[in-house]
Design a protein around this ligand. Sequence first.
Ligand SMILES: [Zn+2]
Length: 389
Amino acid sequence: MTEMKNICQNCVMPNNFLGVSLNEKGICNFCQDRSFKTKNWWKVQISDTSRHKSLQDWNNVVKTMQKHHVTREYDCVLGYSGGKDSTALVDTFVNEYNLNPLLITIDTGFMTEVAKQNIKDTLTKMKLYENHSIIEEAIPVFTKLYRFFFFHHNSPDLALTAKICWVCTDLIHTILVKEAIKRHIPYVIVGFSPDQIKRYFYETTLENIIEDGTPDAEFKEVLDEMDLQWYLTESEKTSNHIPRVLYPYHVIEYDENEIIKRIESKRLIEKGKGDPVITNCHVVKVALIYDLYRYGGIPYILQYAELVRQQKTEEERKKSRRKWLRVYNQVSRGILNGTFNVEGIKLFFNKIDTTKQALLDSIIAQRNKDPNKEQILRNIELLQTKRLK
Ligand SMILES: [Zn+2]
């Protein structure tokens, strides 16, 4: 009897995970059909025509900022997280465009120390302390938001990591937009790389700026007056000063290696400290635990699988497949053994005033009601017994 394959034989997608399954040949939906979509992930393409048009617009925006530079205190608001991408964008704005951006960091209460240190290093090196503002006052709202979504997330197939990232990003962008409105700054610039699929476009439409600035109906119930001040008010929604929100990395050349080399050689951040794995917030890491126990795997595999599919030759694909399967196994088993990001996770549960056990109990209660329960448990078992192949 031939044994059933449990991960895609072309990429690394596990069978029966978050709406993806394998056919009788052991090939997943994404490898069979490049346009396959799930709630959590899809392959986003920007056509050459629209990229070209957006690039022209971006060049005009930069020229316009340069033209008005002398008359403005700040040319734009630049969202600044301390990760490699936003750090490189600060460098581009100051040293290449000769502009004066207002750098805004939104502290959600769960920023890593590495990200904070990166910010200090860059501001010191570039003498930009005057340009920087860190907003910490919204921490209570973010804390409520995380607590709410960890205990009220109830979806058969949307990963919590995706949901949390999306709602948190909406609020972060809204706070940037509010600052821009208050100061009459016409642009908000965000350094998202092309793997942020939910916002893989060049510009957020006005309609979406307003939608992002309005809390989800379910979440609104737990917010008080003080919390609501971080969302758009009625007068802000109709303001003439709503800025354009732009994502230049989705149209200009994005070269990850060049970015890392540039910021490290200019010593804007220390070597090796630009890695998203260490700069990403603690919340997403805890959401990975949720997803593993709730859905039987970690959603990073969706991105890993895409990296495998992008390989040009058969040999490279095989090599990449082995590498990402190893990473997936390591992270998953670290979570299952309780050795993954121990300090960050402890900190998270303390801050949202609950315990890992309380969260696990709530996950298990939901999982017991899931029609796919057997498959979820089987996928967890495969990770525990190292039998994914
Ligand atoms: Zn596949």
